[in-house]
Design a protein around this ligand. Sequence first.
Ligand code: HEC
Ligand code: HEC
Length: 161
Amino acid sequence: MHRPRTLPMMTLLACLLAASPGRADGDRAAAQVPLHPAYRQECAACHLAYPPGLLPAASWRRLMDNLPRHFGTDASLDAATLQQLNTWLAANAGTHRKVARDPSPPPQDRITRAAWFVREHDEVPAATWTRPAIKSAAHCAACHTRADQREFRERDIRIPR
Ligand code: HEC
Ligand code: HEC
């Protein structure tokens, strides 16, 4: 009696799959990992406190090793804070599935140069990025209205004119 047993099994499997969090939910959870207080304090002074899951560990390491020469600015930290943040970043790096799927760290260790980022944003025309209200792709909050809550869902996007 094969059939009558397989069918309930398939139904059970379908229910389990439906109940498990989907890809987008997993990525939302990854983006919303609670921020280390020192990270929130030190790394949100000039731009969004980028979710650690959006870059691989190697990128965070290089960025943190070069804070005195950080994209044309000095973002230095004291040794103790640096140490704390290195540990925290290493533990939370690359958790976004899109990041894990990219073969290597992005150019300049920029989220905005990652293959997944370029793909997700391919519908944004080149001229849009340079609008005065946006200026830089790194300015996530210009379009993602809930970026400060590390929420990047489509429904929360408003592209400024
Ligand atoms: C003094 C200002 C300042 C501080 C403080 C600062 N940054 Fe930056 N950061 C910048 C600038 C400027 C850029 C380049 C932005 C652009 O290209 O529009 C940048 C870019 C970045 C990028 C790449 C963004 C992209 O294009 O994907 C990352 C990642 C980053 N910063 C992480 C950090 C971290 C981590 C800290 C805290 C240790 C930090 N920043 C603190 C000024 C700062
Ligand atoms: C010019 C406006 C703009 C800026 C600036 C911008 N984005 Fe986006 N983002 C978009 C648009 C448009 C989409 C595509 C939405 C879609 O089709 O699902 C998108 C999609 C995404 C997605 C995928 C969303 C999903 O649910 O699949 C993520 C994650 C994301 N952006 C993160 C970022 C981050 C992080 C930054 C800053 C480093 C950033 N974006 C800067 C407009 C922008």
